[in-house]
Design a protein around this ligand. Structure first.
Ligand code: COA
Length: 367
């Protein structure tokens, strides 16, 4: 049975930064309160022309370039997102098209902030079963579009961004070692976005009532999160036959510094074994774990051979963890320059549209 290795990683965040100071001019809050209660200092916010696919493609191109995998060699694209561009088509399909990943099957996965862990686990299972060789897992969000900027309970927490992993099959031992996924739908109402779906289709009334904004019972979610993080990490470690002593890094979902502190206490691990960057990005939902991972690699903290645990929780309710041995890129003979990925993606997209246009002309569908 092949092993599923994480061989590429990339991230992308919008350039616009919204600080706590900026927020204090929008709602009744202040920098000290936000930092004390969440650990967040600032977050990135998408421009009008930036979408989950835009950010996701950029993160994916970087991940493919690190792994030296051509878009046409990708078999499967999973986009974990809590803020899909449309109900359908899937954001993963938009990314598949923009990347020129012509061979890949693509779908979205909705498990809120646990989605990236669930997605990596699904991709790893597909690789280990032998049904695919190469997968791209993306977490991409523009949460700022669903935040009520007048609600200080929620608007301080969230940010936009994307992260991506490439997973590849190899006979070398390592890669994803174990994973656990959990859900408790009875807690669904403590964190939800009720408007715009088939229960509350968009109407003037749903917009007036603010049903298209994130609704949250912060205290309930906080209590659930502190229980879920530690227990899931422990479960994944046990399943992999490891203990906390074997682990170099825990990479948690970045929702709140205090939640991460509680998980560290539960696991009896020092906080400096946790990768934490919630101060600079806020909660970017499915993107938070890959963004934290990319930064850990780029700072030289995370190295090949390190044992890591990814752990997260989110709406649903959902929670999960995944233990892995960090691999790095597999050896290749010919390294492709990262810019070529962008050139290919652009050409492929233009070519596809041209083919569809000509098809329409020939068969008379353009009129
Ligand atoms: N600025 C200033 N005051 C604020 C505030 C803000 N942004 N938000 C809330 N407050 C006020 C409250 O109104 C309350 O005032 P009151 O006592 O007069 O009613 C007081 O601060 C304490 O509020 P409380 O809700 O008890 O704060 P808290 O310590 O629980 O922190 C959260 C609130 C939201 C930060 C915290 O509950 C949390 O992080 N929950 C988890 C949320 C999460 O992670 N969601 C995403 C999951 S993926």
């Amino acid at each position: 049975m092949p092993y599923a290795h994480i061989t590429g990683w990339g991230m992308s965040v919008p350039e616009t930064v919204l600080t706590n100071e900026d927020l204090s001019k929008m709602v009744e809050t202040d920098d000290a309160w936000i930092r004390d209660h969440t650990g967040i200092r600032e977050r990135h916010i998408a421009r009008e022309n930036q979408f989950p696919s835009t950010l996701g493609v950029e993160a994916a191109i970087k991940a493919l370039a690190v792994a030296n995998v051509r878009p046409t060699d990708v078999d499967l694209i999973i986009c974990a997102t809590s803020t899909p561009e449309y109900i359908f088509p899937a954001t993963a399909c938009l990314i598949q098209d923009q990347l020129g990943a012509s061979k890949a099957g693509a779908f979205d996965l909705l498990a809120a902030c646990s989605g990236f862990i669930f997605g990596v686990n699904m991709a790893a299972q597909a690789i280990r079963s032998g049904s695919i060789k190469t997968a791209l897992v993306i977490g991409s969000e523009t949460l700022s579009r669903f935040v009520d900027w007048k609600d200080r309970n929620t608007c301080i927490l969230f940010g936009d961004g994307a992260g991506a992993f490439v997973l590849q099959a190899s006979d070398l031992p390592g890669g994803v070692l174990s994973a656990v996924m959990h859900s408790d739908g009875s807690g669904g109402d403590s964190l939800s976005l009720p408007g715009g779906g088939s229960h509350h289709p968009a109407t003037e009334a749903t917009v007036r009532e603010g049903k298209h904004y994130i609704q949250m019972d912060g205290a309930k979610v906080f209590r659930f999160a502190t229980r879920a993080m530690g227990s899931a990490a422990k479960e994944a470690l046990e399943l992999a036959g490891m203990t906390t002593d074997d682990v170099q890094w825990i990479i948690p979902h970045q929702a709140n510094y205090r939640i991460i502190e509680t998980a560290a206490r539960y696991l009896k691990m020092p906080l400096d074994k946790f990768i934490i960057n919630v101060d600079r990005y806020g909660n970017t939902s499915t993107a938070s774990i890959p963004i934290a991972t990319v930064e850990a690699v780029e700072k030289g903290l995370l190295k090949p051979g390190d044992k890591i645990v990814l752990v997260g929780f989110g709406a649903g309710l959902t929670w999960g963890a995944l233990a892995a041995e960090w691999t790095g890129p597999l050896p290749v003979e010919h390294k492709v320059h990262p810019e070529r990925y962008r050139i290919w993606a652009r050409l492929h997209s233009v070519f596809n549209r041209l083919v569809r246009f000509i098809e329409g002309l020939i068969w008379g569908r353009n009129s």
